[in-house]
Design a protein around this ligand. Structure first.
Ligand SMILES: C[S@@+](CC[C@H](N)C(=O)[O-])C[C@H]1O[C@@H](n2cnc3c(N)ncnc32)[C@H](O)[C@@H]1O
Length: 241
């Protein structure tokens, strides 16, 4: 039996990623165009979800017949555009939250360019404050992709205000934190190589580990931690049908 995580060398992992992208239903061209525009014009474009993640988002939104999706952490709007694409047939709506004025402006430009303004609602400001304003609104998919130190707060607000539909799903991104939550010794190349600021690495790792420890003990929900991408936790209500 193979392990849950296969030990591909980096180059093979890249090839497998490309292979999966080219053997999953293709993204519409405007998503690749938007990714390239973001990379040309903004810092840290690797904060965008990957192409394969976008393919998953479109698949999930359509498969779950989602009508309302909440996207916490807009950046330039890439994941929001993918969610919208997955809801095309049913005409659902996305709310995407962002507190960095530069990225609010970037996302607003993208929504205007792709004629998405009536379908994707960009809300500027701290995610926690915005979440509290959604009392009475129910979402089919909620995507956590903002500050990792707030994931526990996002979860508690979502559950306390009943923002997740009975059969809805929460996806929380980056929950293996480059493998550091499991192994942050020097034998993990991500512990040494790829972080310009070691203090930030330690802080993010601590936040993600605290989240994983919290969610696994939370009796209100079931969770599955998928070791794909940078780790994606899938969460549903225990009471879900
Ligand atoms: C990883 S990026 C999101 C990427 C986006 N979901 C995508 O796939 O393209 C995280 C974004 O969350 C924003 N963010 C971080 N903390 C936030 C907060 N407390 N409230 C609102 N936005 C926040 C950051 O400014 C950043 O643009």
């Amino acid at each position: 039996m193979l392990a849950g995580v296969l030990p591909f060398p980096a180059e093979v992992a890249r090839a497998v990623d490309e292979y999966c992208c080219s053997h999953s239903t293709a993204l519409p061209p405007h998503l690749a165009e938007h990714k390239a525009w973001t990379a040309e014009n903004y810092e840290s474009p690797d904060r965008m979800s990957s192409s394969l993640q976008a393919q998953l988002f479109i698949f999930l939104a359509s498969d779950r017949r989602a009508k309302r999706i909440l996207d916490i952490g807009a950046f330039s709007g890439y994941s929001a555009l993918a969610w919208k694409e997955g809801m095309k047939a049913l005409g659902g709506e996305v709310w995407t939250l962002e507190n960095d004025p530069v990225m609010v402006d970037a996302c607003a430009k993208a929504l205007s360019k792709y004629d998405a303004e009536g379908k994707i609602h960009l809300v500027s400001g701290p995610a926690i404050d915005t979440l509290r304003t959604f009392k009475g609104v129910v979402f089919d998919i909620i995507y956590f992709d903002a500050w990792k130190g707030e994931y526990i707060d996002y979860l508690n607000i979502v559950l306390e205000l009943g923002l997740l539909s009975a059969t809805g799903i929460i996806l929380a991104d980056d929950t293996i934190c480059r493998g550091l939550v499991a192994d942050d010794s020097d034998r993990n190349p991500n512990a040494i190589d790829s972080w310009k600021r070691p203090n930030l690495r330690r802080a993010v790792r601590a936040h993600v580990h605290a989240w994983n420890e919290y969610i696994i003990k939370d009796e209100r929900v079931d969770v599955f931690l998928l070791p794909a991408f940078n780790g994606m936790s899938m969460i549903k209500l225990k009471t879900a049908a």
